[in-house]
Design a protein around this ligand. Structure first.
Ligand code: AMP
Length: 279
């Protein structure tokens, strides 16, 4: 596997390709786990070349402590990527990605003003900035995003529709730990004791499916918020049942046949997010 740290090195490699150059791209912030690797494997299966990137993007962090504490392990990441069949990893520095002041502004009305967008101001602008820069550098045909970050996946699809119609955006199902907790680089920050309670989000989302028959979306949201607080979650930012195509919060089940439930809650000073389709 090739490791490139500069745009110049990567571009030389990319320009030198000939024949079937179908390229799949998996952007990540590193500290890789099986969730990231499932994206890489999907690309390896679909494309001639697979490129991953590792870049902890400062522009998408609205909380400096979260950025400072973001876990990193480049050597292990490289090993995991190589094992998964990745061909190239691009690991730029902050200076390489942002040599000048960053002042692009992206807006995604309806998609970036709810849930994560409402609780993490500027976050999706930062995501759109880095994803568009990476798309211009990497020039992929296909790019893979996890549905663990479903709202991000929707926003990237909209970004691609506007500016990168040549890139096919594929969403990959969430990979979970055995107890149901969605894999996340941030999970290592949970203490052993609190880790045992963390699967509650998954258990309650599953229960929401059964409650659909008797309760409205708003009733289920309120019930889940109370249950999470009772289970020791310090703060429940949102439990939101929304239309999976538009992210518009649902008033009634009859509003759509594609409902999804979204949760963001703090446990042990770690912000956990998850979501699931309601069927
Ligand atoms: P991150 O490194 O957190 O920015 O994630 C990089 C990519 O991996 C994003 O597209 C995430 O949605 C995806 N991802 C993260 N966790 C998981 C998971 N548990 N299952 C599937 N995809 C994931």
């Amino acid at each position: 596997m090739l490791v490139f740290r500069s745009i110049h090195e990567y571009s030389e490699w990319r320009n030198g390709l000939s024949g079937d150059v179908s390229t799949g791209f998996v952007p990540t912030m590193g500290f890789l786990h099986a969730g990231h690797i499932s994206l890489v494997k999907a690309s390896v299966k679909d494309c001639k070349y697979t490129v991953a990137s590792i870049f902890v993007n400062p522009v998408q962090f609205n909380n400096k402590e979260d950025l400072d504490k973001y876990p990193r392990d480049e050597a292990n990441d490289i090993e995991l990527l190589e094992k998964a069949g990745c061909d190239v990893v691009f690991i730029p520095s902050v200076e390489e990605m942002y040599p000048d002041e960053v002042n692009e502004k992206y807006e995604f009305p309806g998609l970036d003003d709810v849930m994560e967008g409402a609780f993490r101001p500027g976050h999706f602008n930062g995501v759109a900035i880095v994803v568009s820069r990476l798309f211009r550098i990497i020039r992929p045909d296909v790019s893979y995003f996890g549905k663990k970050d479903y709202q991000q996946y929707m926003i990237v699809k909209e970004l691609a529709r506007r500016e990168f119609s040549e890139i096919n955006i594929i969403g990959i199902e969430t990979v979970r730990e055995e107890d149901g907790l969605a894999m996340s680089s941030r999970n290592v920050r949970l203490s052993e004791e609190k880790r045992e309670d963390a699967d509650m989000i998954f258990q309650l989302m599953k229960r929401a499916n059964n409650l659909k028959v008797d309760f409205s979306p708003k009733e289920i949201e309120a019930h889940m918020t109370t249950m999470l607080s009772n289970a020791g979650f310090e703060k429940v930012e949102y439990v939101c049942i929304a239309n999976g195509d538009t992210l518009k919060p649902l008033k009634n089940w009859s509003d759509t046949d594609h409902a999804r439930i979204f949760v963001a809650a703090w446990l042990d000073n770690v912000r956990l997010i998850d979501n699931m389709e309601l069927i």
